[in-house]
Design a protein around this ligand. Structure first.
Ligand code: UT7
Length: 334
């Protein structure tokens, strides 16, 4: 069977950086609380009101093409995991393709919150594995600052803006997406969601007055579910593929909270030296976290490395993907 290999990775972060100390000036919080409870020190937030999620994605995909030596016209398909699309329709994927001149591509947005990238990777890989396409781009991107209430200290310290993208191509040597386990449970809706803006509660004066267009999160309930499910699904994919802890080179886990990531690593039996971590710099960029990790750690990745990607998010949605890395990251020119 043809395997779908990740052959390039890139990312984009808005220039504007907001530190915990900056947030201390606008809400009742402290650098100490944020650092000890989440691991976050700063986040990138887009401060240009004219920019949207598609603009971050365009920058990430441009870099992706440059690194792989291809043109946007070569892309067959582009999938975007996001809960902050530019608009309800058309899809952010359509807008990105238009801005890039990727006129041969089609694609769609995928709504799975923090699991958006792994859902997209699992889905995109199918189009390579069937032999239908040769170049599928999967983007995970969120401009969370546009749906966060900066008077709500329980959410505004956590989230950041960012986009990451990977290119999937047919594998030449059987490396690539080896397996995935994905889950969804809509019963988790009330713990993490945006109440208005859809057909249930269309935008109205009332929805705006009641702050229903912002992220609503019951942190502790999400925390408990995330710790259990992310750890279990990561251990399950290892067992299913007969991987012992010493066989796994890296864990690339959704960056929501350092404590959740540590619990996942502990359940997998792997040390902190194998855990990719950049939450301190970017916060939780929702669908952006996993491709941004791969981008940051690319230089350290070796052909044949076994990597477990793992996420948990609103929906609830969660899952894990087992990837055999397809190239030596240190040989890539940036
Ligand atoms: O990515 C999508 C999935 N999301 C997640 O995985 C997030 C999961 N949840 C979490 O990561 C954590 O629950 C949070 C980081 C959101 C919160 O941490 P926590 O340890 O669960 O705190 P808590 O909600 O139990 O709040 C403890 C205290 C409360 O004060 P009282 O009631 O004990 O007096 C909060 O009001 O901390 C207070 N608090 C804050 N204090 C300072 C909440 N937010 C802040 C803040 N600064 N920003």
């Amino acid at each position: 069977m043809i395997k779908a290999a990740i052959t390039a990775v890139a990312g984009y972060l808005p220039e504007n950086i907001v530190t915990n100390v900056d947030l201390e000036k606008i809400i009742d919080t402290s650098d100490e609380w944020i650092t000890s409870r989440t691991g976050i020190k700063q986040r990138h937030l887009e401060n240009d009101p004219k920019k949207a999620t598609s603009d971050m994605c365009v920058e990430a995909v441009k870099l992706l093409c440059k690194k792989r030596g291809i043109e946007p016209i070569d892309i067959d398909m582009l999938i975007v995991g996001t809960v902050t699309p530019d608009m309800v329709f058309p899809s952010t994927s359509n807008l990105i393709c238009a801005k890039l001149g990727a006129t041969k591509a089609w694609g769609y947005d995928l709504s799975a919150a923090c699991s958006g990238f792994i859902y997209g990777l699992a889905t995109g890989s199918q189009f390579i594995e069937t032999g239908k396409y040769k170049k599928v781009v999967v983007v995970g991107a969120d401009m969370m600052s546009r749906i966060i209430d900066y008077t709500d200290r329980t959410t505004c310290v956590i989230f950041g803006d960012g986009a990451g993208a990977v290119l999937l191509e047919p594998s030449e040597d059987n490396n690539g997406i080896m397996d995935f386990i994905l889950h969804a449970d809509g019963n988790g809706v009330n713990h993490l969601h945006m109440k208005a803006g859809g057909s249930l509660n269309p935008a109205s004066h009332d929805t705006v007055d009641n702050k229903m267009h912002y992220v609503h999160q019951e942190g502790q309930a999400v925390f408990k579910n995330a710790v259990y499910n992310m750890a279990e699904v990561s251990a399950s994919i290892m067992e299913k593929n007969h991987l012992k802890s010493e066989d796994v080179q890296w864990l690339a886990a959704h960056q929501a909270n350092k404590r959740i990531i540590d619990a996942t690593a502990s359940r997998m039996g792997i040390g902190s030296d194998k855990v990719m971590m950049n939450i301190q710099n970017y916060g939780n960029t929702t669908a952006g976290t996993i491709p941004l990790l791969l981008w940051d750690y690319e230089k350290q990745l070796r052909k044949g490395d076994n990597i477990i990607l793992s996420a948990f998010g609103g929906g609830f949605t969660w899952g894990a993907i087992y990837v055999k890395w397809a190239y030596d990251g240190d040989k890539v020119k940036n």
